[in-house]
Design a protein around this ligand. Sequence first.
Ligand code: T4K
Length: 368
Amino acid sequence: MELIPFLKPKVVTRPYYQRYLDEIDASRLYTNNGPLNKRFEARILQEYFRCEGDVVTVSNATIGLLLAISQMKRPGKYALMPSFTFPATPLSTIWCGLEPYYVDIDMDRWCMDEDLLEMTLKKLGDEAAVVVPYATFGTQLDLNYYSSLIKRGIPVVIDAASSFGTTMEQQDITRFEGAMVYSFHATKSFGIGEGGIVYSGNRELIQRIRCATNFGFNEERVSSQLGLNGKISEYTAAIGLATLDVFSEKIRIREKIGEWYKKAWSDYKLEEAGWRLQAATGKITYQFYPLLCPPEQENIYYVNKLRASAIQVRTYFSPPCHRQEMFRLHPRTSLTATEEISRRILSLPVWEDISQEQVDRIVRSLGE
Ligand code: T4K
């Protein structure tokens, strides 16, 4: 039986980036905000954010989160976030001297429950230093709500690691004054190896984060604020530019794979059998295809079942953060939905050259 791997990332190949590498050889500028990085940022801003607000590249999204949080946080003890996320979210706040406070997610969107967040903010008062919601698996968040928090003086840094390429519905992201952090890791839809960006409608904020990616240097190259080395090299920018050249095609392919999954989902009547999909908004550029198994089973049953059919699947984000050794002592609201979703979550294969037959085989194997 032919193995279907979980992911088979496909970063752009040499013919696509060769001309950018030639520019590096000619300029002999290898990093420190060189010409390719400047062009990469300018094109992202133009092609994805209508030239409004500003964007800065970062060496990866974890560093992007850390720098955005360190620039935005107010005095206080806690960073409020979901537990149903990748460890990068709590880790970045701990590096900023904060303690994660886990807020439950809702059963439909799998994102932090905003009513519960409100109650927790009331309870914690000035102890809440920052809110770090995760735009789960690329879905869009209610930016009006998060903007209202910023207006109330509560900083918001959105973990949008899986969201680059998601089309927003009826929301203008460029009006958002908090930070949005996207990952360009090889496994993401816009995969370039390692890398990421921080975007904000607030240019001054991005200016400070840019300064923080370069040792906090001011124009005289004197450290004037807290910083580190969070830059990307010109080689990374070269891959990034080449990826921008073909990204609309990559988005199209991933959306098409999502449609294949939806077709197989109804062909094999998974809904009727108790399976559930995320109530996501926006048009998602899938990194993998998430779904919940019927409540009477646990995801591990299906992981093993599919493995026996030579199909690799994962269970992002199970165990959730609060069940991992590093994070298990942090305070939290009740986490009923987090527990339930992480018990049932499955992440199905998505990669750009997966075929419709393979998608069909995966979903059929779930239903059998
Ligand atoms: N916030 C959230 C919510 C995130 O999901 C992430 C990252 C971040 C923040 C932080 O972003 P970065 O700092 O990474 O920019 C992978 C990724 O490494 C990680 O970036 C991503 N989330 C997470 C969801 O997935 P692992 O440790 O689970 O990946 P790994 O090595 O097990 O690989 C997954 C699959 O891909 C395997 O089947 C092997 C395959 N693979 C992987 C790589 C790297 C390949 O075939 N080729 C490759 O080059 O974290």
